[in-house]
Design a protein around this ligand. Sequence first.
Ligand SMILES: Cc1cc2nc3c(=O)[nH]c(=O)nc-3n(C[C@H](O)[C@H](O)[C@H](O)COP(=O)(O)O)c2cc1C
Length: 165
Amino acid sequence: MAWNNVLCVYYSRTGNTRKAMEEIAKSLGAELAELEDSVDRSGWGGWLRCGVDAMRRTLPPVKCASRFPLTDYRLVIVGSPVWAGRCCSVVRSFLKQNGKDIRNASYVLTRGCEDKNEEIFEQMDRYTPCGHRTAVSLRAGSVGYAFWQEEFLRQTQEFLRTAGR
Ligand SMILES: Cc1cc2nc3c(=O)[nH]c(=O)nc-3n(C[C@H](O)[C@H](O)[C@H](O)COP(=O)(O)O)c2cc1C
């Protein structure tokens, strides 16, 4: 299999998570797949819908166009923006549908506020029986952004080096 057997799958409404996941996928030589949302989240109405969906833990229909079944990947890195202190509902839906098929998971959150919201990693683990191997919370434009992204890459590469194929 090409792509180093690693999948980077994400949802992004305004581009921050996309940028982070593109950089991570490039560094790891991983396949990149954007989740296809079924809901119009544009404008203020869309912003509000995101918040309400996150609070209500709504599960919108979602599609993941990975090249191979999820069980084929050695590691699936899941990227989500923080919505109302939770993972976004598109990623929640993806994990609910597919979490059991993920052999090893890593998480990338992007956020707007100071608080890292790291408790979301444990929330996401509820859908992935394997739990997460590595995780990072990134704030776009913050001083520590590059440092924490590098640290995540280092830990993830270490996991890939030591774990079986
Ligand atoms: C409805 C909504 C709720 C949000 N709630 C939070 C929050 O609780 N904490 C936070 O740090 N950022 C919050 N944000 C900001 C986003 O997490 C942040 O801008 C993120 O990087 C957006 O990612 P994206 O550009 O990939 O969509 C919220 C954004 C939206 C749209």
